[in-house]
Design a protein around this ligand. Structure first.
Ligand code: FPP
Length: 216
């Protein structure tokens, strides 16, 4: 969800205004996702490298995260959305950790849509942590054993990866899971991303012939 800062700058507003607008976009896009046969939807909200941003911006993002949970708790329950936090939450304030745990526990039984929020997430860290957790194991490590040691074991491979804001890199997001992902880059800044932009990305995906290394 890239481009919040630039969106705010274009309006002579502070960066937090861009993140707030970004949150509004996220809640709208989740509602559109329901109109399609999409069962798993992941967003990258805070990378393990984002701690290097000015303290005031980090603090603001963490507060916004708490507000996002408070404002959307009922929506997620009513719409039977299963919430998963993707990342290491131990560095977050205790109040935020509690909200994440409550939301995860209270939506655990739902499967209408699996929603993964990547926060304090870094793919390399995820892969290293899985390797370290498994290194004492005697038996041969298979793909499925390895995946089971990830932050969330049941996250399927990524089919379509959308990056907004014009950059054309993965920035340490779901590197293992995106091995065969179709990559879609758009210059649209995240707060401006709308249903039409989502449709364009899905049309791009639907035209792809996915061969996974085979000929047909
Ligand atoms: C990257 O764009 C965006 C982020 C680091 C934050 C994303 C957060 C939201 C969309 C808010 C909603 C999510 C939750 C749950 C709090 P940037 O701001 O670095 O953009 P820039 O490249 O234009 O500066």
């Amino acid at each position: 969800m890239d481009g919040n800062g630039r969106w705010a700058k274009n309006r002579d507003k502070p960066r937090h205004v861009g993140h707030e607008a970004g949150l509004k976009t996220l809640t709208k896009i989740i509602k559109h996702i329901f109109n399609y046969r999409i069962s798993h939807f992941s967003v990258y909200a805070f990378s393990s490298e984002n701690w290097l941003r000015p303290q005031s911006e980090v603090k603001n993002l963490l507060m916004l995260f708490e507000k996002a949970i408070d404002d959307n708790f009922t929506f997620l329950i009513e719409n039977k959305i299963c919430f998963h936090l993707l990342g290491n939450i131990s560095k977050f304030p205790k109040s935020l950790q509690k909200k994440i745990e409550d939301l995860t526990n209270q939506t655990r039984q739902y499967n209408k849509l699996h929603f993964y929020l990547a926060a304090n997430y870094g793919s390399r860290e995820e892969l290293l942590s899985a390797s370290n957790n498994l290194k004492m194991q005697q038996k041969k490590i298979t793909e499925s054993i390895f995946k089971n040691a990830f932050y969330v074991s049941n996250l399927p491979d990524v089919d379509l990866l959308i990056r907004t804001g014009g950059e054309t890199r993965l920035s340490n997001f779901l590197l293992w899971q995106s091995a065969y992902a179709e990559l879609y880059f758009t210059k649209v800044l995240w707060p401006d991303f709308n249903k039409k932009n989502l449709d364009n990305a899905l049309n791009f995906f639907n035209k792809k012939v996915r061969k996974f290394g085979k000929i047909t």
